[in-house]
Write a protein that binds this ligand. Structure first.
Ligand SMILES: Cc1cc2nc3c(=O)[nH]c(=O)nc-3n(C[C@H](O)[C@H](O)[C@H](O)COP(=O)(O)OP(=O)(O)OC[C@H]3O[C@@H](n4cnc5c(N)ncnc54)[C@H](O)[C@@H]3O)c2cc1C
Length: 396
């Protein structure tokens, strides 16, 4: 790597020791050497910065974020504060075994506790409305395992009735189509406003004297007795050196550290116009969480459908496909609000990152570079726990 630049001018010759021609002496000496640099201002990056502040009270901490504000999954998700829908939990038990399923759900539960401890419920517009799952005819056999689910959930919540089967009257009052045969409610879940969550974490970071360099993209990383980030921003390129760099840039971590088995996955989301007499509030899952919807005041947010075409959705590109959009609209029209008028007011997509076994990757990449990742589409819940785990590893 080129550490010093030597420029020749016609009248005199001078040596510029800064790594970038865009930096003044003042900028170079004040900003380019820090103790801790975090790549990505999503929930993991911001929470890790806050954890680091607690562990290293006088450390110089900078977050480098490519977008004008967070532009990853944290501000593009559905805002479910959930730790395990019924069939998702059973899927994990069947696929990975009881202990593995318990560990994931427990980490999510503890992560949500930590998040609500850090951010006041008012600041993130947290609503404790429960999280439920719609059971269709093909999934009715899952009801036979309700007590198994509750036994596992009791180890997490301490409540022997975490999952409750709604009565016929309660179910009918929600207004779903008759294709919905049962509704299982997890009493300990809620939902929040993802934009306000991000804004709150950003405010807490600033209050904790953490710098955030927005609009700066880390192009590559080197470890040469210290960690070095090569950064590009609209006015040019510069270098940031740190005692520790933590990669918290989610699905795009492999673009900076290729050795990790992380795969991107796009999530497509829509929000309806206000619905007259919307009959339900709260957060709902269908099909092991592959589809999800929730109330947003009197609007509905609905997303999912990645399982319709995993290959196409394994992408770093934002965007929509007709296949997924049509599936979401069909679900809305036929199952969620049959017979109701609506329009689609908002549509967006976001990128998740997946590991092979749904477990986080929190580790060293090299002596001074670390990686904090692994939300597998559950980062609202897991993000605060991953931040705690990575901070334990860091030395500066
Ligand atoms: C559509 C959708 C719905 C979801 N719904 C939920 C939900 O309801 N509940 C839940 O718990 N989880 C949900 N998730 C998952 C959750 O949002 C994520 O797991 C979580 O936000 C990941 O946080 P993060 O900090 O790892 O990454 P991100 O929030 O993606 O943050 C990474 C940041 O890094 C920045 N970045 C990337 N590359 C660089 C670079 N080279 N240089 C500088 N900056 C860089 C990005 O701009 C981004 O701001 C959803 C995700 C999606 C996409």
């Amino acid at each position: 790597m080129k550490i010093a630049q030597v420029r020749h001018m016609s009248i005199t010759t001078f040596h510029a020791v800064a790594d970038s021609p865009i930096q003044s002496y003042w900028e170079y000496t004040a900003f380019t050497e820090v103790d801790i640099c975090i790549v990505g201002a999503g929930i993991i990056g911001l929470s890790t910065a806050l954890e680091c502040r607690e562990k290293f009270p006088s450390a110089n901490i900078t977050i480098v974020e490519q977008a004008p504000h967070g532009h990853g999954a944290t501000t593009r998700n559905a805002g479910f504060a959930c730790f395990g829908s019924a069939t998702e939990l059973l899927h994990d038990v069947d696929a990975f075994g009881h202990n593995h399923a318990f560990e994931i759900a427990n980490e999510r539960y503890l992560g949500l506790q930590k998040l609500l401890q850090r951010c006041s419920p008012e600041s993130i517009k947290y609503e404790h409305l429960g999280g439920a799952e719609l059971i269709r005819a093909s999934e009715l056999h899952m009801l036979d395992r309700l007590s198994e689910m509750n036994a596992l959930a009791k180890e997490i919540t301490g409540d022997s009735e975490t999952y409750v089967l709604l009565s016929k009257e309660e179910q009918e009052s929600l207004g779903f189509s008759t294709a919905v045969k049962a509704v299982i409610m997890n009493k300990h879940e809620g939902q929040l406003h993802s934009g306000h969550l991000h804004a709150t974490l950003e405010r807490l970071a600033r209050e904790a004297d953490i710098r955030i360099e927005f609009g700066s993209k880390v192009m590559s990383i080197q470890d040469d007795h210290q960690a070095i980030a090569m950064i590009s921003c609209p006015i040019g390129d510069y270098v940031l050196k740190a005692k520790a760099i933590i990669l918290a840039n989610n699905a795009s971590i492999p673009l900076l550290a290729s050795e990790f088995p992380i795969k991107p996955g796009r999530g497509q989301v829509i929000v309806t116009s206000p619905i007259e007499d919307l009959s339900f509030q709260g957060a709902y899952h269908i099909e092991e969480g592959f589809y999800y919807f929730r109330s947003l005041g009197n609007r509905i947010l609905l997303g999912g459908g990645r399982n319709l075409d995993f290959q196409t959705e394994e992408t770093y590109e934002f965007g929509h496909t007709d296949l997924v959009m049509n599936a979401l609209e069909t679900l809305l029209r036929d199952i969620i609000i049959p017979g109701k008028e609506y329009a689609i007011d908002y549509a967006w997509s976001g990128l998740m990152g997946f590991t092979p076994n749904k477990k986080p990757i929190v580790s060293n990449v090299s002596d001074h570079v670390y990686c904090a990742f692994g939300c597998n589409g559950m980062g609202v819940a897991l993000g605060s726990r991953i931040a705690q785990s990575i901070t334990q590893l860091i030395t500066v």
